[in-house]
Design a protein around this ligand. Sequence first.
Ligand SMILES: *Cc1c(COP(=O)(O)O)cnc(C)c1O
Length: 219
Amino acid sequence: MENTALTQIRNKISNCSKSAERNPEDVSLVVVSKNFSSDQIRPVLEEGARIFGENRVQEAQKKWPELHQDFDDVQLHLIGPLQSNKVAAAVGLFDVIHTIDREKIAAAISGEIKKQKKAIQLFVQVNTGGEDQKAGVLPNEVTEFVNLCRDKYKLDITGLMCIPPFDENPGPHFALLRKLAGECGCRFLSMGMSADFETAIEFGSTHVRIGSAIFGPRS
Ligand SMILES: *Cc1c(COP(=O)(O)O)cnc(C)c1O
């Protein structure tokens, strides 16, 4: 097999899962292609990656319909903030949304899922560090919010997602997300990026979101 960045990351995920006594198949690699062009994404598709993450609906709309024509089994994940006026497009394009963080968005997604009759996997974003500038539900409000999404809006929330504060040890944030997921009955944990995915896997991550370690630095 070629020794590409993708192969190296896959090997690291596999080795790290095994050392954590986990099944590597329980850790999905979400290749984060935001800010990278279709020409840069194609070689990674040709190498076999099929799960991709984008953080802006508009950017994804420009790139993915065409790539989908050649690679129709790609699963697209929205990992960035979602505005109400983009919900219809997001539900149309994405298979998984990681960033539900307020009632208005939950309501809009619920309406669109019914309208488009589309099954989507849904995660709630948690602001584990309580940072003012960061999106996400505060840790002490997660259970209540997940229940609201489920009961009032009939959303099948199956996971939690976090982005730890960039200057802190991520371990405690991953541990907190895992604890919260246990409390609200969520199976999936979207946590870990290029710099900290191995730690995230030790703490139970099921979805690592990796961009720069595969594509190189973003401009
Ligand atoms: C950009 C981004 C990533 C990937 O970051 P890298 O450090 O390039 O791996 C992961 N998650 C989210 C939410 C992002 O916006």
